[in-house]
Design a protein around this ligand. Structure first.
Ligand SMILES: Nc1ncnc2c1ncn2[C@@H]1O[C@H](COP(=O)(O)OP(=O)(O)OP(=O)(O)O)[C@@H](O)[C@H]1O
Ligand SMILES: [Mg+2]
Length: 415
């Protein structure tokens, strides 16, 4: 039986195996509807608009042409639909290009029907969350709720993402009586264990085999407890293990774990890829960390542009200027001009204490609570704690977390 509001999928590809595979996979899923199959033509954009798709699947080549520019055009024209790219094989450069062009996810050939459906479901589920949180329809009842998921990210490495994430988690633990999780979403070369001086063999990789059926006790077995009371979900220290974690796995583990906490602070690292986009999609706010040097500011500025292509409303992105006042740094008013964005918060430059904190495994906020940087962290926690997001309480989608649970349950039924 067809679902009441099936997920509308439009596919742009040539006739051939990809078309057959996608058609067959969607034909087996009552909650998906294949609304159109298109190839490149002058009327393409009009035809896409007429089909009103939720998801647009685009093959890497159509009619002998690369579809990179098309992905760019589709994602900037149809901001409430999401583009999923099909790539011919493992190619990290091409994968990054399609993400920069605005694709939400990609599928690498050869893929199975299960891969396809779980990717489509994940992307749609995050879209629903995004749409109902930021564009509640007037007929639905709106409700304000505190922020729950805060993702810290920078397109540039080494600017302080992990320092910010760890100190904010500790700050929330100190300031509130909420249950706090620090989630290491940077799968390669994560270093939260060093920063927090915690040792554990357990990582989020242990939850991957149970991602569709994760009971609470299993999560609490895998979590590492920091002396502050913050729970930490570490990423695997082993690169081969990290390589085996697909974006769907990370998403399912994240969704299974986050529901057990009031506040989740995510260290999303510094590369723009499907994993970091997923963790930013899931967030109520993204803290974009930059330092006052031109290279970091240029990357941050580019990322702010990209975030618009990802459909993030302006209020979702908060610029955090780390190492503010750094000797020779760019002045704050010039930074706002470069970024075309206001700075949400500053954390003072304090190199000696920051390095000592990392080396001792005691975050700034605990080791030097009266330092200017720690005072900034306390202020940021207060600000974030007072912020809220609008979401709908009654809708055909259900609340985001319900829809996430449904998606998890549905994907567990895939054959
Ligand atoms: N407020 C600060 N003042 C001065 N130095 C700082 C400050 N915050 C962080 N640092 C320093 O910046 C360096 C990078 O910090 P951190 O490891 O948190 O960055 P990151 O963005 O997570 O890096 P990576 O890209 O490697 O994950 C560290 O040496 C840290 O001590
Ligand atoms: Mg880091």
């Amino acid at each position: 039986m067809a679902a009441v509001n099936p997920i509308r999928v439009l596919v742009i590809c040539d006739t051939g195996p990809v078309q057959e595979q996608v058609t067959a996979a969607l034909g087996n899923q009552p909650d998906f509807q294949l609304v159109d199959l298109l190839t490149i033509s002058d009327r393409l954009i009009r035809e896409v608009r007429a089909a009103e798709p939720d998801l647009i699947v685009v093959d890497h080549m159509v009619g002998g042409q690369s579809t990179l520019d098309l992905i760019d055009e589709l994602s900037s024209t149809f901001t409430e639909s999401s583009v999923i790219a099909i790539l011919p094989g493992e190619d990290s450069l091409r994968a990054q290009q399609v993400m920069l062009a605005g694709a939400r996810a990609f599928l690498v050939q050869p893929f199975t029907q299960v891969n396809l459906i779980s990717t489509l479901r994940r992307v749609r589920d995050l879209d629903v969350r995004r749409l109902v949180t930021y564009h509640p329809q007037s007929a639905m009842e709106e409700r304000q709720r505190p922020l729950r998921i805060i993702t810290v990210f920078s397109p540039r490495g080494g600017v302080g993402v992990s320092t910010v994430a760890a100190n904010l988690a500790l700050g929330f633990q100190e300031e509130t009586d909420k249950r706090i999780l620090l989630f290491e979403g940077k799968l390669y070369f994560g270093h939260l264990d060093v920063m927090l001086n915690i040792r554990s063999q357990n990582t989020l990789a242990d939850l991957v085999p149970h991602a569709n059926n994760m009971d609470d006790s299993l999560v609490f077995d895998v979590i590492t407890r920091h002396a502050s009371g913050v729970h930490v979900m570490l990423s695997p220290g082993n690169i081969q293990v990290a390589q085996g974690i697909r974006p769907d796995d990370l998403y399912n583990v994240f969704m299974g774990v986050q529901r057990l906490y009031d506040i989740v602070i995510v260290d999303a690292g510094n590369s723009l890829n499907e994993n970091s986009v997923t963790l930013m999609d899931a967030a109520d706010r993204v803290l974009l960390v930059a330092t006052p040097d031109l290279a970091a500011l240029r990357d941050a500025s580019r990322f702010i542009q990209i975030s618009k292509g990802l459909g993030y409303p302006t209020e979702k992105m908060l610029v955090l200027l780390n190492r503010a006042g750094m000797l020779g740094g760019v002045r704050p008013q010039d930074i706002e001009t470069v970024l075309h964005n206001q700075i949400f918060a500053h954390v003072a430059d304090d190199n000696a204490n920051a390095v000592r904190s990392i080396n001792r495994g005691i975050p700034l906020l605990y080791r030097y609570p009266r330092s200017p940087a720690s005072k900034s962290y306390k202020k940021i926690v207060k600000q974030l704690n007072e912020m809220s997001v609008t979401e709908v309480t009654t809708s055909s989608y259900g609340t985001p977390s319900q829809s996430q649970r449904e998606a998890l349950m549905a994907s567990s039924n895939l054959g």
